[in-house]
Write a protein that binds this ligand. Structure first.
Ligand code: ARG
Length: 587
């Protein structure tokens, strides 16, 4: 089904045609002066030159025709040649009714494509910290948006699980527990099933080992040797590495679960190592890669570049592969296995240049055809109130788990403060609402921008926050519950023509869902959905304050109100689902 702007544009386009102009000039947009009108068309402005007349003359002619169009309540030509319009209540109600009976609420689905979203990007053996929040929740939301739009979406966590950090951890374990069989190369038996460490141990082992390696060259050399042993497949090192992965991954899953983040693939840098030798060989043979100072590189600069784009290094001078190499091999594997139309990477924007190099190298080396879109969403930093990257109170790196718990605890106290509510329910509600505060506080910002983590603001039930959206949904749920208790039946009600301004405003707010989704998809932008639901929640609450819903005497009108707010609830819930959270029944 056509979205409301397309429908209105069709009507206005016909009027242009009737007046003797091309119908393309009838493109309607939402008014940028809502104090003057609801929609506008600027088409007359561009025609004036071609027809050598004043734009207002064209606008006047078209307006005369549009005055007879029942889609509009008011049409006005204003200087120097704009057409200002208000939509008629009947036309709007008709659109909302069709929207409500459409499975996708009026969104015209694009052709379905296979899209891989590479997000999360945690590193094994290191604790998830606040820096892992954004790649996880932005990626998860983009995945949901694309799924809603009918695409076949595959989310891959792409863990860092292969390089020197692994060697460091193993070296430290060896120093602490030298008798473990993993380090005995003559050992041929079965290795223990139980890991020789816990996840807490690992989180402490890695930083300790990393610090030692910087001070002690001998230790560092042993770490490199351990890395090499793992990478060349020495049996004991592989077995120990398996333990590291298992322990780490199950802990990551536990924490991602708290964020409602869920990956289809738990692949990592290790997954594609087997492809690297042949890939490198191919690049050498075809001549795309050449030797420079002992390293193997691909030139990726273009004449059109405005800044310096250095070559992409494929193999270092010591023969080791690196982050780039793995990403190139991963592209190869993804193309081979899933034939995606697009691969989207979500990382800190400091990796912008890096991905530009990798994408160009992948195309140049023919790992991917130019039909595949490679996109990078680079996000900004979550800062503290001091404007610097968010830290714990004592200046340390905050664990992601602690951040989630803190906001949920705050929410718990807030909920307990106001109400007699039993503990278990308060906890459950606080977890949902606290999560909404965290996710919405982040996703409502354009991803590329830095933002300030402001706990008090995020958890507020008022203003542009997650809890405010949930509060609005809960308000609707409670009205509906009362309506049912009065004997009302949702199956028997349907949306009607609005009878007052706030009811019309609510319908107008609803009506831009399809445009919002198209923009959210095109720009891979969850913040578009946040802006939409904030407007929608405001419109719902104004309507609620200005309308006696449950005490409306006209049963038929009451039913229409109920149908409208219940549809609003559905749309809000669909939207928050795409942001990664859900609403409780009460709060
Ligand atoms: N592990 C990486 C890091 O910590 C992020 C991975 C992002 N994805 C990718 N395909 N490179 O920076």
């Amino acid at each position: 089904m056509k979205n409301i702007l397309e429908q209105l544009s069709e009507n206005v386009g016909k009027a242009f045609e009737e007046a003797g102009y091309k119908k393309e000039a009838g493109r309607v947009s939402v008014s940028n002066r809502p104090d003057l009108c609801e929609y506008q068309c600027n088409g007359a402005m561009s025609l004036a030159k071609e027809f050598k007349c004043a734009p207002i003359a064209i606008a006047n002619a078209v307006t005369e025709i549009l005055k007879n169009d029942p889609a509009f309540e008011k049409v006005e030509a204003v200087m120097p040649g704009f057409i200002n319009m208000n939509i008629s209540s009947e036309f709007l109600a008709d659109y909302i009714k069709k929207m409500a009976s459409d499975e996708k609420y009026g969104v015209d689905l694009p052709e379905s494509r296979t899209i891989i979203v590479d997000y999360g990007g945690p590193n094994v053996a290191k604790a998830l910290h606040v820096g892992h929040l954004r790649p996880a929740i932005i990626g998860e939301s983009i995945k949901h948006i694309l799924k809603f739009m009918g695409h076949n979406v595959i989310g891959d966590v792409h863990m860092g699980d292969w390089g020197k950090p692994m060697g460091l951890v193993m070296t430290e374990i060896q120093d602490r527990q030298p008798d473990l069989p993993y380090f005995d190369e003559s050992f041929t038996g079965d290795y223990p099933k139980e890991p020789p460490f816990t996840v807490r141990d690992l989180e402490e082992i890695y930083p300790t080992a990393s610090a030692k390696s910087k001070e002690d060259p001998e230790y560092n050399a042993r770490a490199l040797e351990a890395t090499l042993k793992l990478q060349t497949g020495v049996r004991g090192y592989r077995a120990l590495w398996d333990h590291i992965i298992n322990v780490s991954v199950s802990d990551m899953k536990r924490i991602y679960d708290k964020l409602h983040v869920d990956f289809d693939l738990w692949n990592g840098e290790s997954t594609v190592q087997y492809l690297i030798p042949d890939m490198v060989k191919g690049m050498k043979e075809s001549g795309v890669a050449y030797e420079s100072d002992g390293a193997l590189v691909i030139d990726v600069k273009k004449d059109t570049d405005t800044k310096e784009i250095p070559p992409c290094i494929v193999v270092k001078s010591d023969g080791a592969s690196l982050y780039n190499t793995t990403d190139l091999a991963t592209i190869m594997e993804r193309v081979e296995k899933y034939d995606p139309a697009q691969i989207i990477y979500i990382t800190d924007k400091r990796q912008d240049l890096y991905f530009e190099q990798v994408f160009r190298a992948a195309i140049k080396a023919g790992l991917v055809s130019d039909k595949v879109t490679l996109s990078h969403i680079g996000f900004g930093t979550m800062n503290g109130k001091d404007g610097k990257p968010f830290k714990t109170r004592d200046g340390g790196v905050m664990r992601l788990e602690d951040l989630i718990r803190d906001i949920q605890d705050e929410m718990y106290s807030k909920i307990k403060e106001n109400k007699e509510i039993d503990d278990a329910e308060a906890r459950q509600t606080a977890d949902l609402v606290g999560l909404s505060a965290l996710l919405y506080g982040d996703l409502s910002n354009q991803a590329v921008k830095d933002y300030v983590f402001d706990m008090e603001r995020f958890i507020s039930f008022e203003g542009n926050t997650g809890p405010y959206i949930l509060y609005t949904i809960v308000r609707i749920k409670s009205i509906i519950a009362k309506y049912k208790a009065q004997g009302g039946d949702l199956a028997k009600v349907s949306i009607g023509v609005p009878v007052n301004a706030s009811e019309k405003e609510l319908m107008k707010a609803l009506s831009s869902f399809a445009q919002t989704m198209a923009a959210a998809e095109a720009e891979l932008a969850p913040h578009r959905i946040c802006a939409y639901i904030y407007d929608l929640a405001n419109a719902l609450n104004s309507f609620y304050h200005e309308t006696k819903i449950l005490t409306e005497e006209d049963e038929n009108k009451k039913g229409e109100y109920i149908a409208l707010i219940d549809f609003t609830r559905k749309v809000l819930e669909t939207c928050i689902d795409m942001l990664g959270f859900s609403a409780p029944d009460r709060m």
